[in-house]
Structures are given as C-alpha cells and as structure tokens.
Ligand binder design. Structure first.
Ligand code: NOJ
Length: 551
C-alpha cells in the first residue's frame, strides 16, 4: 500500500530517525532489528510524527555500523529479511507513517561484489574504474596524495594484487572498509538509479542521502597541503577537491527525475555538511532534492544572537530557491543535545560538531531545560524537523562506555584519541526493569552497548502518562504542532524582544518566545499560554525556557 497524500507532505513533516541497531531488539541477539521496530511502530505513531527515517539496514560487514554497504538490494540478517522490510513498510503505511531509507552513494563496502571484482580484475581494468585506484607515489609505497580519512589516518589503503605483490592504492574518505566510488563512471549513476527504483517499487517514500556533498573528486587528486578538510570558500570560487563540488548536482537532477516518476512522488533529504546556507540551498534548487538537513542549527551554541542570525540566514537562503528548512538537533553522529547544551556554550559556531571528552561534566539538568526549550523553538520554526530516537526521552550522551566496547571506527583510526559516536547510539530504554530495560526480550543477550542504570528512570514506561516528563512533553508539543494552522510551512515574523530573548510570530496568532540567555520576561498582555518548556515564574518566562503563546 502506498500512502495517498498531499504531494508536498515533506515540506513541514516531522520525521523520527530510527537507528535500527539501537531501537528495539526483537530476536534477543542484543542488536536492534526490524522485528523490534515493527513491534514499536505504534509507539512512534502515538508520538505524533509523520514519517520515519531508518539508518542503513543492508548487508554489511559493519565496519561503520552499516554505512559500508555490501548489497543495496537486501537486508542484513542481523536486522531481518527483505520480506520483513516489506511488512514493516506496509504496517507503517497502515499507521500513516511514511518510510525513508538511507542511501549511501559515496562508497560501498569492501565486501561489495564490485570491489571484490576490482581486486580480482587488476590494475587498469574496467572493474577498477568503478572506484578510485591509483599507483602510489615514489616507488609506489607512499599514498597517492595527502588526503586524510574523516575518521583519522590516510584516506588511502594499499592493496595486495592477485600475484601477492603490494599494488595500487584505493581512496576511502571514511573507513578502510568504505572504498569511494568513481562517479565519473556512467555505470555508477545507472546502478544507483536502479537501487532507488528497487526500494521505491517496494513502497519506500524516500531516501536520506549519506554524505550527499561528496561523490565527486577532482580527477587530478591534488594535495590538500594542510588546508582544512572543509570546503574553503563558501562562495564556491575555489572548488574543494572532494567536498561540495558543483558537478554533484547533476546526480540529484537525475535522482529527482526518478522520484517524480512515482505516485505519490518520492522524496529526498540530503546529508550535506557544507559551508553555510547558500551552499546548502544549492541542493534544494528546483529540480533537485526536496530537503537538506540544516546542520548549522545543530552546531549553534545556546546563544540568542547566533540562533537568530542562523535562522534568518537559512530562511533567506532557502526561501530564495522556494525550499523549506529542515531542522535537526541530534542524530547518530553528534553528541546528544541534552549533553551538548549542558556544557559551557561557545561564543561562535564551530565549523564541525564537536566531540565531548570522556571526563566532561555536563550539567544535565541545565541541558535538559535547554533541550526542552530548543525543541519548542525547532518545532515552531517554518519547515520540517527530524527527531533522533531517544531525544523524546531526554537521553543524554553516554560518556563512560568501556573502551573495549567502543565500535565507532573513529576510536581506532584516531589512535584511540577520539572516542567517536557510540555514546549517542546506546540502545533505547523501554521499561524500567529487566536486563536490557526492555530493549530486547528479558532472556536475550545484553545490548550491544551497555545502558546507564539511570536510564531505567528515562524509559518509555517510566515516562508514559507522567505529566511533565520529556516524553509527554514531546507528545503534547507534536499534537499542538499538528493542529495549529500557523505551524509548519509559512511565514515567520520577528517581534521586538529584550536581549537574550527570541520572539517570533507565525500566522493565526501564534507566538513563540524563547528566553535563551536573558532576564525573565513577561508575556504579552492578554496572551494565553498554549505550551511551555518549563515552569513560568512570577516574572514570566525565565531563561532557558520557551513558551508557545496564542495572541
Ligand atoms: C554520514 C553518516 O551519518 C555516518 O554515520 C557515516 O559514518 C558517514 N556518513 C559515512 O558513511
């Protein structure tokens, strides 16, 4: 069953990110799976979201938690089967939840048949042309250039040829198990369009595109010579050798053509860490992608001028191309925002999301207050929003995972200096007791990452029906967002407000006030409070608190 719907449902959708290995474990092997997700669909539905995005569930050796795909047209046995995936899609649709998958076009796994064929076929073969193989520098024993992997270390790995000799090098911007594809090959384009159709034909409503701003590399493979691993000039006057190159947009025009052949049309959201809103807007120009995560918002410290400026800039840039912003506070790659917001806030926006030291001491009460306020801010801005599983429970980043349990390749590739992203990926607590807090069956294996004991009190069971709990707070906010005609797409008008306070109106008399870092402020006379992120005081709205008000 496909979902009939307004063709532009995605413009203001709230989409819940399911990180399948950590959501719910149906078969008791300690790893989340489709069976677990199917059983919990009613929970997601009751939360009041429009769709789910599921991180990669494809067969994979799991060098990067499934972002190393060995087969784009199947499901890893650890997650279930293709038949279960189809059942899940049907069940989600029956609940009027749309389903987005994750497509990984920049790289495959080293276990992908194409890469195996490339190894077997030898230098210069068409099979090697699908990837980026080069001979090394000097006597061949030095990498072809100085590019570094995002996870640390060289972005090149040397292979052993079939005759046993040390041979060519292949490029991997991420883990050694993630060889970069060569998008200058028409066959690569054809293959990914076929993969899109494979899932669209099974009712999938769209895709999140992994590192949508990579894909193409300067064929000369110039050294970066110490320049940062980020696009140099936001105006695009200098092209970076691999990030955000102009030619990538041709791919998304092709993909849009595929999506538009379906009824209803299928949709895309780009994961593109680019240099500012103008560059982001290029991905959502007419004829390309529908939406793109606005990561500037996620990186913005809890400071009112920075928040306001970021909101204005992205609205201006995206409205210029008739697109809506897509807000996000957390995902599986960044420090959970309860923790982030409980740390000292910077004066400026960092260029990349920052990690957190294992011995950091976030103020989780403060972080939670701010997280609630940030959620009301996000959900009342124009456009769509993504929620990362567990944020509706107020889960924090787990900082004290034992080193031997860390699985993110960042840990090893950084020489065990950066712990990586596992702390944001700890399995969900569903019940207040039981060995895995209801993540899996009570006689199942322990979860793949251990949960903090304190998460018993954060579990779905512990929060359900408890007034003021984070879970009930999210449910209430999402219900208002659904029903208020001023929310979702549409204009935003700033109201004058004292320093430290953000105040903006939406249509139909909706006012959002966020006291980020100001003095307590009274609400407008005659206003009625629809919702607040925390208690209001005699003085009105205290700092680190947001209110939705009807005026
Ligand atoms: C972005 C994904 O979100 C992240 O988890 C992954 O490691 C990289 N892309 C590489 O695929």
């Amino acid at each position: 069953m496909t979902l009939a719907a307004p063709a532009d449902w995605w413009r203001d959708a709230v989409i819940y990110q399911v990180y399948p290995r950590s959501f719910a474990d149906g078969n008791g092997d300690g790893m989340g799976d489709i069976a677990g997700l199917r059983a919990r669909l009613p929970y997601i539905h009751a939360l009041g979201v429009d769709a789910i995005w599921i991180n990669p569930w494809y067969p994979s050796p799991m060098a990067d938690a499934g972002y190393d795909v060995a087969d784009y047209r199947d499901v890893a046995p650890v997650f279930g089967s293709l038949a279960e995936a189809e059942a899940l899609i049907a069940e989600a649709h029956a609940l009027e939840l749309r389903v987005l998958l994750d497509i990984v076009p920049n790289h495959t796994s080293t276990e992908h048949p194409w890469f195996k064929a490339a190894l077997d076929a030898g230098p210069g073969s068409p099979a090697r042309q699908r990837y980026i193989f080069r001979t090394g520098r000097g006597d061949g024993s030095e990498p072809p250039n100085d590019w570094q992997s995002v996870f640390g270390g060289s972005a090149w790995t040397r292979i052993t040829e079939a005759d046993g000799r040390a041979g060519e090098w292949y490029l991997h911007l991420f883990d050694v198990g993630q060889p970069d594809l060569n998008w200058d090959q028409p066959e690569v384009h054809a293959e990914f369009m076929s993969v899109l159709r494979f899932w669209f034909d099974r009712g999938v409503d769209g895709f999140r595109i992994d590192v949508a701003n990579a894909l193409f590399k300067d064929p000369d493979l110039p050294d970066l010579a110490g320049s940062e691993l980020q696009p140099p000039a936001g105006d695009g006057s200098v092209e970076h050798p691999f990030w955000d190159r102009d030619v990538v947009h041709d791919v998304y025009r092709e993909w849009r053509g595929v999506a538009d052949q379906y009824t209803p049309p299928r949709v895309f959201v780009a994961e593109a860490w680019v240099d500012g809103p103008e560059r982001l807007a290029r991905y959502v120009r007419r004829g390309q992608l529908h939406s793109a995560f606005n990561f500037d918002f996620l990186r913005t410290p809890w400071r009112s001028p920075l928040l306001r400026q970021g909101i204005d800039q992205v609205l201006a840039a995206l409205r210029g191309v008739d697109a809506e912003p897509t807000w996000v506070l957390s995902n599986h790659d960044v420090v959970r925002h309860v923790t982030r917001l409980g740390l000292p806030q910077r004066e400026t926006i960092p260029r990349r999301p920052e990690g957190v030291a294992a011995d950091a001491e976030p103020d989780l009460d403060l972080g939670t207050r701010r997280a609630r306020a940030a959620t009301l801010l996000m959900l009342s801005l124009p456009g769509g929003a993504y929620l990362y599983q567990g944020e509706e429970l107020g889960l924090w980043e787990v900082l004290d995972l034992p080193e031997r349990m860390l699985q993110d390749p960042t840990w090893v590739r950084s020489g065990k200096k950066q712990r990586g992203r596992d702390g944001a990926r700890v399995p969900m607590p569903w019940s207040a007791d039981g060995p895995s807090l209801g993540f899996g069956p009570s006689d199942g294996s322990p979860p793949w990452l251990p949960q903090p004991a304190a998460w018993a009190g954060m579990s779905v069971a512990a929060q359900t029906g408890v007034p003021g709990s984070m879970l009930e707070f999210y449910r209430g906010a999402l219900a208002i967002r659904r029903n208020h005609p001023g929310l979702g797409s549409g204009p935003l008008r700033w109201r004058e407000a004292p320093d430290g306070v953000l105040a903006f109106e939406r249509d139909h008399g909706f006012l959002c006030m966020v006291n980020v870092d100001g003095q307590p402020i009274g609400l407008p006379p005659g206003a009625s409070v629809l919702y607040a992120s925390g208690p209001l005081t005699q003085g009105g709205l205290p700092r680190d608190t947001a209110a939705w008000v009807q005026v």
